[in-house]
Design a protein around this ligand. Structure first.
Ligand code: UD1
Ligand code: UDP
Length: 372
C-alpha cells in the first residue's frame, strides 16, 4: 500500500540532511506520497538550503523570531503541527537529528498516533548538558520513534544500551554524506561564485575555516574561542581565518566585538551549502563546534579541531582526523599552531575517510520505509 510520509524539519543542518532523502522519496511517487512541512526554526539559513535543492514545502510554520528562547520556539512547533496532522493524516512523520524542532515534532506525532522515523538516531555524548539541549532532544526522539535510522554501528549500540528494540534499528550511514558528495561533484565541475570573490584574499594563504554556535559555549566559551582566533591570526601572517558567522545574536555579539576589523580575519555571512563545501575543500584546517561539519570534514580529508568539551561524533576522533580542543584559548591556539609546524601530525590528520556513510543512506532509508 502507498504510504504517506510527512517530512518535518526546521534548521539548516536538518534541511541539508533531509534534502537527499526527500529527493529519493520523490523519485518513487508510485510507492510514497511525500509531503514537506518546515517549521522554519531557522529562516534565512533554511531557505538557502531549500533553494539549493529546489525543495518546495507544502507547509511552512514560519516560527522563527529574533533571539528566540527554547520554550518559545518549542511551543510554536507544538501549536503549529496539530492542524497539519489533521489535514495530511500521514502514516509516517520523518524527523532528522536533535534540534528542538525534532524533539517537538516527534512528540507531537506520537501524541497524534502517527509513526515516527528518526533519521540520525543514536548519537550520544552521555552528558545531558553538552551539547545543550541536543543531547536530551535526541534521547526524547529515540523514546517516541518507531524506526531508528542509525548512521553508524556505534549509534546502534547506544540505542540497544537504552533498551530500544533491535528490530527497529537500521544502520544506514548518515544522509549528510549523500548531500556532501552531490554538492562536492557539483562544485568540482563548476566552482561557485565565492571562488571569484575570495580569490585575492586567499591567494598564497592557508585558510583556517571556523564555525561556531553551540548554546553551552555562549558567554565565556565564545569569548575564549574569539580570543584564540585573534591570537592565531596575529601569530600567523600567512593564514587567513574565515568565519561565516551564525545569525544567533549570542554568537554575533562576541564575534563582532572581538574580531571585527582584524587584518587577516574575514567575518562573513553564513554561506550557501555549495559555497561552504567549496571553502571546506580549499581549507588547510577547520575549527568548529558543528555536528555536521565534524561528519563532512573527514570525507574531504581535512583535519578538524572540535571546539567542544565532549562530542557524540567519536568516529572521527577515533579515526584520528578530529581532535577535541574544548573552548580554552591556549589549547585552541597550541593545537592549531601544532598543525602549522608538525607536518607528520598534519598528514596523519588529513586522511580522507568516511566513517559516517557511503552516500547511499537515503536509498537505504527509502527501502526500509517502503518495506514497512
Ligand atoms: C539551532 C539548534 C541546534 C543546531 C543549530 C544549527 C535548537 C535548540 N538549536 O541552534 O541544535 O545545531 O540550530 O545551526 O534546536 N537566526 C536567524 N536566521 C536564521 C537562523 C537563526 O536570524 O536563519 C537567529 C535568530 O535570531 C534566532 C537565533 O538565531 O532566534 C537562534 O536560532 P535557534 O534555532 O533557536 O538556535 P540555533 O543557535 O540556531
Ligand atoms: N554550513 C553551511 N554554510 C555555512 C556553515 C555551515 O552550509 O556557512 C553547513 C555545513 O556544511 C553543515 C551544516 O551547515 O552541513 C552544519 O550546520 P550547523 O553548524 O549550523 O549545525 P550543526 O551541524 O552543528 O547542527
Amino acid at each position: 500500500m502507498k504510504q504517506k510520509i510527512l517530512f518535518i524539519f526546521g534548521t539548516r543542518p536538518e534541511a541539508i540532511k533531509m534534502a537527499p532523502l526527500i529527493k529519493e522519496f520523490q523519485k518513487h511517487p508510485d510507492e510514497l506520497e511525500t509531503k514537506i512541512c518546515v517549521t522554519a526554526q531557522h529562516r534565512q539559513m533554511l531557505d538557502q538550503v531549500l533553494d539549493l535543492f529546489d525543495i518546495k514545502p507544502d507547509f511552512d510554520l514560519d516560527i522563527m523570531e529574533e533571539g528566540q528562547s527554547l520554550l518559545q520556539l518549542t511551543s510554536r512547533v507544538f501549536s503549529g503541527l496539530e492542524k497539519i496532522f489533521s489535514e495530511t493524516k500521514p502514516d509516517w512523520v520523518l524527523v532528522q537529528g536533535d534540534t528542538s524542532t525534532v524533539m517537538a515534532a516527534g512528540v507531537a506525532a506520537f501524541y497524534a498516533g502517527i509513526k515516527v522515523g528518526h533519521v540520525e538516531a543514536g548519537l550520544r555524548s552521555h552528558n545531558r548538558y553538552a551539547p545543550f539541549p541536543e543531547e536530551i532532544n535526541r534521547r526524547i526522539a529515540s523514546v517516541v520513534a518507531d524506526a531508528h535510522f542509525a548512521p553508524t554501528e556505534t549509534a546502534r549500540q547506544a540505542l540497544l544500551a537504552e533498551g530500544i528494540d533491535g528490530k527497529t534499528i537500521y544502520v544506514t550511514g548518515n544522509t549528510v554524506i549523500d548531500a556532501l558528495l552531490w554538492v562536492r561533484d557539483k562544485v568540482k565541475q563548476n566552482p561557485p561564485e565565492i571562488a571569484g570573490s575570495l580569490k585575492e584574499k586567499i591567494l598564497n594563504k592557508k585558510i583556517v575555516l571556523v564555525t561556531g554556535h553551540r548554546r553551552e559555549s555562549f558567554g565565556e566559551g565564545f569569548e575564549q574561542i574569539c580570543l584564540a582566533l585573534r591570537d592565531i591570526a596575529e601569530q600567523n601572517k600567512d593564514v587567513v581565518v574565515i568565519y561565516p558567522v551564525h545569525f544567533n545574536p549570542n554568537v554575533r555579539e562576541p564575534v563582532n566585538r572581538i574580531l571585527n576589523g582584524h587584518e587577516n580575519i574575514l567575518l562573513i555571512e553564513p554561506l550557501s551549502y555549495t559555497d561552504f563545501v567549496w571553502l571546506m575543500d580549499k581549507s588547510y584546517l577547520i575549527l568548529t563546534d558543528s555536528g555536521g561539519v565534524q561528519e563532512e570534514a573527514p570525507s574531504l580529508g581535512k583535519p578538524i579541531l572540535v571546539m567542544r568539551e565532549v562530542t557524540e561524533r567519536m568516529e572521527g576522533i577515533e579515526a584520528g582526523t578530529a581532535k577535541l580542543v574544548g573552548t580554552d584559548r591556549n589549547k585552541i591556539v597550541s593545537e592549531t599552531s601544532r598543525l602549522f609546524t608538525d607536518k607528520l601530525e598534519y598528514e596523519r590528520m588529513s586522511k580522507a575517510i568516511n566513517p559516517y556513510g557511503d552516500g547511499k543512506a537515503s536509498e537505504k532509508i527509502r527501502n526500509i520505509i517502503v518495506s514497512k
